[in-house]
Write a protein that binds this ligand. Structure first.
Ligand code: ADP
Length: 253
């Protein structure tokens, strides 16, 4: 198998005396797309936030290419730049244009040449179908467009791994597809990604490996076909049944 990019070992995270993640270990290889699914509140978001050192954790270790990622890491800003994260709420600066939003960190933080970053940003915007929006402000964009800009902003930092936290959850249904297509395109380019989603069809299409989280631990993991067609645990079966039920209801409506 290809080289290890990210290693999570025996991660333990407590909020207010309650363990949210318990002894969780996961190895992510270069080019691998891991989709993390699980019931609401099982710790998916917390896991991504620990990987990016947005949260402290009480035990275990996260390493990126062997380098420790934690709030205590000496070069935390440097390591963080290698871990791109896209959130449910795009968090674009309202007073900056699309292009300015994308260029800000590569120019200010990474000290890259403005003209190079601009060229790359415009090429990436074109790739996600937004080259005509470079000079627009976030308020002039739809939710789906803003989310695509947020993805481009993350890509422009040249991250080694990308984390997606429920990026379509706040979008109107007709905008979900345009964002998922961008993520699918990134997967096809061989990017290393961890994707938290409730879109099960998308999860199946994009994942090399599905990790099912429940009560802060990995309850089950496997290929998309094995997980969706033959879940092994009762908890995973129950979880997947809720989606079948929802689908039936949608069809009947
Ligand atoms: P998921 O992403 O799977 O829905 P989260 O990672 O957001 O789950 O949350 C896992 C658990 O941790 C939940 O019980 C949630 O209430 C709790 N939690 C999340 N953030 C905080 C916080 N800042 N303080 C206290 N508890 C939190």
């Amino acid at each position: 198998m290809s080289e290890v990019v990210l290693e999570i070992s025996h991660l333990h995270k407590v909020y207010e005396n309650a363990a949210v993640i318990e002894d969780l270990s996961l190895t992510v290889h270069k080019g691998e797309v891991i989709v993390i699914v699980g019931p609401s509140g099982c710790g998916k978001s917390t896991l991504l936030r620990c990987i990016n050192a947005l949260e402290t954790f009480q035990g275990g270790e996260v390493t990126l290419h062997g380098e420790s990622v934690s709030k205590k890491s000496k070069d935390l800003p440097g390591i963080r730049q290698k871990i791109g994260m896209v959130f449910q709420n795009y968090e674009l600066f309202p007073h900056y244009t699309v292009l300015e939003n994308i260029m800000l960190a590569p120019v200010k933080v990474q000290k890259r040449k403005k003209s190079d970053v601009r060229e790359e940003a415009l090429a990436l915007l074109k790739r996600v179908g937004l080259d005509n929006k470079a000079d627009s402000y976030p308020r002039q964009l739809s939710g789906g467009q803003k989310q695509r800009v947020a993805i481009v902003r993350a890509l422009c930092m040249h991250p080694e791994v990308l984390l997606f936290d429920e990026v379509t959850a706040a979008l109107d249904p007709e905008m979900v597809r345009e964002v998922l297509e961008v993520i699918l395109d990134l997967a096809n380019q061989g990017r290393t990604m961890l994707v938290v989603t409730h879109e099960m069809q998308f999860a199946r299409a994009i994942a090399d490996r599905v990790v099912f989280l429940d009560e802060g631990g990995i309850c089950e993991e496997g290929t998309p076909d094995s997980f969706f067609d033959n879940p092994k645990t009762d908890r995973a079966k129950r979880f997947l049944n809720t989606f079948t039920f929802e689908r039936k209801n949608t069809v009947m409506r």
